[in-house]
Design a protein around this ligand. Structure first.
Ligand code: 13P
Ligand code: SF4
Length: 324
């Protein structure tokens, strides 16, 4: 399964890689009693070796329910942190500790504390794409798959701060008719799609359906016939009678789309420039090799102060209760 990828692999800074990386990872998994959780934006090899692939909500639920002793999180830092918040006694490994997130970084804790203080009557609903510090300052966490459902459960007269993604926030406002106070954060990947190029693609492929993640800007979302989390986009492609899709989210998901619907055609939505900037530079820091070394050396490990973990756990638990 991994022959092509392995042909390009060999020595790394940490030493020689085993010849059969796939088999070695499986062996380490048994030795450590580990589970590999992967997001849909990971490289295909990682998706193929993972025990569980999902969107942020599915991954949080999988992390909450695992019996493994070690969680290897093939995703970005806030996702691995979320797994640690839910599992203080388990070791959580992230293949590359630099796998951050522009959206999480767009909401620094000190500035957010001041923003929150300026809106003292507001309930804070935070998108899971934020640091443990921001989660600790929040009342309820949400993901792209339950944000609308969660906001709808909050009494209409309760003012709400929605952070950190302004695009998801605007989408939730439109869907719920609620007026939310938005933190002006965004994702570098989802902001990069070109409305003009999507329109041109739709004209060139008149049978194709455009689908988009709600982290995209309104100008892109208005051309989509379906908007949803990565898991929802995947399900939609499988079930829709359409044979062609223009996909406005990180193109890593196309690996699963193609596996689930091999006869259909998936066209990645083009970014503004002629570069690969519709690939998440943070997600793509993880590689199969780094995943192997993380398991072999049991590092890099996610840790956090217990008071932050406990404060971040409360809004996470509220989300899990409100999204059953
Ligand atoms: P979901 O998989 O929950 O839709 O999130 C997308 C994303 O950008 C994760 O960083
Ligand atoms: Fe963060 Fe965007 Fe990458 Fe998701 S795709 S991890 S929101 S930078």
């Amino acid at each position: 399964m991994f022959t092509t990828a392995l042909a390009q692999r060999g020595k790394t800074e940490q030493g020689d890689l085993p010849l059969d990386l796939f088999w070695s990872i499986e062996t380490l998994k048994k030795e450590l009693n580990a589970v590999i959780l992967a997001h849909y934006y990971q490289e295909p090899d990682i998706q193929d070796i993972a025990d569980f692939i999902g969107d942020s909500l599915q991954l949080a639920k999988a992390a909450a329910n695992t019996n493994a002793d070690v969680i290897v999180f093939a995703g970005v830092h806030f996702m691995a942190e979320t797994a640690k918040i839910l599992n203080p006694d388990k070791m959580v490994l992230l293949p590359d500790l630099n796998a951050g997130c522009s959206l999480a970084d767009s909401c620094p804790p000190e500035a957010f504390a001041a923003f929150k203080a300026a809106h003292p009557d507001h309930l804070v609903v935070s998108y899971i794409n934020c640091s443990a510090d921001i989660k600790a300052m929040s009342d309820i966490i949400c993901t792209s798959s339950n944000a609308v459902k969660i906001v709808e459960q909050i009494p209409k007269d309760q003012p709400i701060i929605f952070a950190p993604d302004k695009n998801l926030g605007r989408y939730v406002m439109e869907k719920t008719g609620r007026d939310l106070v938005l933190w002006e954060g965004s994702c570098v990947v989802h902001e990069t799609f070109s409305e003009k190029k999507i329109v041109q693609l739709k004209m060139a492929h008149p049978q194709a359906e455009a689908i988009a993640h709600p982290e995209c800007e309104t100008s892109v979302l208005r051309h989509a016939s379906f908007i949803g989390s990565t898991a929802a986009l995947l399900k939609y492609c499988e079930e829709s009678p359409s044979q062609e899709f223009i996909v406005a989210t990180e193109p890593g998901i196309i690996h699963q789309m193609q596996k689930r619907a091999p006869h259909k055609r998936f066209i990645p939505a083009p970014p503004l420039n002629n570069c690969a900037c519709n690939e998440c530079p943070f997600m793509r820091l993880n590689t199969l090799e780094k995943l192997y070394w993380a398991m072999k050396n049991r590092t890099p490990e996610i840790t956090m102060p217990e008071e932050i973990r406990l404060a971040a756990l409360r809004p996470m638990q509220r989300m899990l209760e409100m999204s059953v």
